[in-house]
Design a protein around this ligand. Sequence first.
Ligand code: HEM
Length: 164
Amino acid sequence: MSYEISKVDKGKEVHFRQPDPAFYEAVGGEEGMRELMYDFYDIIYESDIANFFPQDEEEFNEIKEKNTKFFIQICGGPKVYENETGGMELNEYMVRLHDDFSIYEKSRYEWLGCMEEALRKVDIDQKLKDDFWAYLESFSKLTVNTFADGSTYYAAYTQAAEDK
Ligand code: HEM
């Protein structure tokens, strides 16, 4: 079944794989990716997690564009996000960037829900969307750092890129 979400297990290692570059190609490269990510951020802006993001339009647009560049790079396109990380490994940088926000499992569900809405509009092979989803579903676990029992836990960066 597509678009499934499994729960975060606090402290448990999260294994993920980078998305298959075939997804990037099918979406339509840089331009297609930009369309998808701009739509995703427009959906976020109307969602229950809108409050996490800058309310100022210009600032919001900046994040939108940076987010797009990250996804272009992580999906196998040109390394257009490279110089944002100050030399830190890309995935590790992305985990640490989210430490600045108190992200609950519930926020992650909402984030993934926005992405599902955007992805459903993209008319490409579902298998490729499922592969992209698998990356998002696992990686997003590393961004959750605040728990319903009041505790916080900043996930250690782990990667198992060779996992199938
Ligand atoms: C697969 C999981 C995720 C990925 C790959 C991801 C990626 C990104 C990227 C690339 C940016 C822009 C970074 C920049 O400014 O250079 C960003 C910003 C942000 N993300 Fe995520 N994200 C993920 C999950 C989440 C989740 C679950 C939340 C929950 C609320 C979230 C909240 C935010 C916020 C609040 C910002 C930044 C806003 C700011 O700088 O003001 N992200 N994310």
